[in-house]
Design a protein around this ligand. Structure first.
Ligand code: AMP
Ligand code: GLY
Length: 411
């Protein structure tokens, strides 16, 4: 098979890595890919926003299967365009991708089908939004509508903080927000392979969204992650599948927007059971970087079976994977580019490239989140020790990372 992976981050590096292990794959392309995917696939210089260019390439090369990484490519309608030309592509249509791109679309379906989630109200008027926050009190959550790469969310601990977030949201053109009840509990991610009503769960991962140790600082795209998550037992997973993931796939079929692709449940284990924080229309990043290395089944074969709507059982390694993100100084507010990274060859770990580039023959930083270092071990404690020991071998003075990934789940 000829397989194309669309995207250029750590998630796409992990997806390409999993696909590269499949005996079904003869030729693997990444568009545009990154210096990491270049080691396992052929990078093609087509932007992940250039739907026409991607389509032309896939037709020209007679690509048998395309796997979409990023949400913005989905929101641009890449799946609709490929399907129209009869090309096989794993991802949701533009309409189905709204489960992520529009908070309101997702909330309306959850309410209609009784899928547990935080109470909410949406606003297009700043004064009304501020009045609502004052009436509800803190803590309260303010979310800008639309794709924000995990950054348009403020979990406000005071009315003042919420008001400030509203001022920022409404200062933008066409400002629209969703204000939500603040859920308390233990957060986890459950990602499923989905095609219509076929829903196959993967193993659980826990992301760390805040920039700094102790869950302090601004929300980011994710600073570190591990899998599996001890506290999320098979019973809890079954409850989540029964009350959230399968009902959502069913609801989308009922609503005429059937979902194909990776359906990501951002979930909270609360005192009153599991509740949905959000759905994403694609694999999590950095979740993919710790979940996929544990998958022993043939990744490409699984996607094909799911697309044929066949139930299949996934085979997983019992090991724990733990990944720590190295981000550019200043992330998420700003980021520096072009700092030289040395020492990666010495690492006894899987390193996925999130935001790197080659410049004058050297690897340099090229974005907010730069690398994720992942190791695998028998226990979470061992994986923690191993990943942090390996990170120390990286030589770059413009990077920072959290020191407490996985700590909350240790005894
Ligand atoms: P989202 O972009 O919706 O995933 O939100 C980013 C992060 O904000 C989540 O991963 C949670 O940690 C937090 N968050 C979002 N919504 C809520 C909520 N209703 N209650 C508590 N925390 C939330
Ligand atoms: N890790 C969070 C996300 O991919 O949205």
């Amino acid at each position: 098979m000829k397989v194309l992976v669309i995207g250029k981050g750590g998630r796409e590096h992990a997806i390409a890595h999993a696909a590269s292990k499949s005996p079904l794959v003869d030729q693997l392309y990444a568009a545009p890919g990154n210096p990491g995917t270049a080691q396992i696939a052929e990078n093609v210089a087509i932007s992940d926003s250039d739907v026409e260019g991607l389509l032309r390439f896939a037709k020209e090369k007679a690509i048998d299967l395309t796997i979409v990484g990023p949400e913005h490519t989905l929101a641009l309608g890449v799946v609709d365009a490929f399907e129209k030309e009869g090309l096989k592509i794993f991802g949701p249509t533009k309409a189905a991708a709204q489960v992520e791109s529009s908070k309101e679309f997702a909330k309306k379906i959850m309410m209609k089908y009784g899928i547990p989630t935080a109470a909410y109200q949406s606003f297009e008027n700043k004064e009304e939004a501020i009045a609502y926050v004052k009436e509800q009190g803190a803590p309260i959550v303010v979310k800008e509508d639309g794709l924000k790469a995990g950054k348009g969310v403020t979990v406000a601990q005071s009315v003042e903080e919420a008001t400030e977030a509203l001022e920022i949201a409404f200062a933008q053109e066409g400002g629209k927000v969703v204000i939500e009840e603040c859920l308390r509990g233990f957060e986890f991610s459950l990602i499923c392979f989905v095609c219509n009503e076929t829903v196959i769960p993967m193993e659980i991962a826990q992301d760390h969204k805040c920039a700094y140790d102790g869950d302090q600082g601004p929300n980011t795209g994710g600073m570190g992650v591990y899998s599996p998550v001890r506290r999320i037992t098979p019973e809890i997973i079954e409850e989540t599948m029964k009350t959230i993931m399968r009902p959502m796939a069913h609801a989308m079929v009922q609503e005429g927007v059937p979902f194909t692709g990776f359906l990501y449940g951002g979930l909270m284990l609360t005192e009153n059971g599991v509740k949905t924080i959000e759905f994403n229309a694609r694999f999590g990043d950095p979740e993919a970087e710790v979940i996929l290395p544990r998958l022993k089944s043939d990744f490409v074969d699984v996607i094909q079976q799911v697309m044929a709507q066949q139930e299949c059982k996934l085979d997983w390694s019992d090991d724990v994977t733990l990944g720590v993100v190295l981000a550019s100084a200043g992330y998420p507010a700003s980021s520096t580019k072009g700092a030289v990274i040395k020492g990666l060859d010495a690492l006894d770990a899987q390193v996925y490239h999130m935001g790197t580039a080659m410049k004058d023959g050297e690897l340099v930083t090229d974005g907010g989140r730069v690398l994720i270092v992942v190791t695998q071990a028998k226990t979470l404690e061992e994986a923690y020790a191993k990943t942090y020991a390996e990170i120390k071998k990286i030589d770059c003075d413009c990077l920072f990372y959290r020191n407490d990934i996985g700590k909350k789940d240790m005894n």
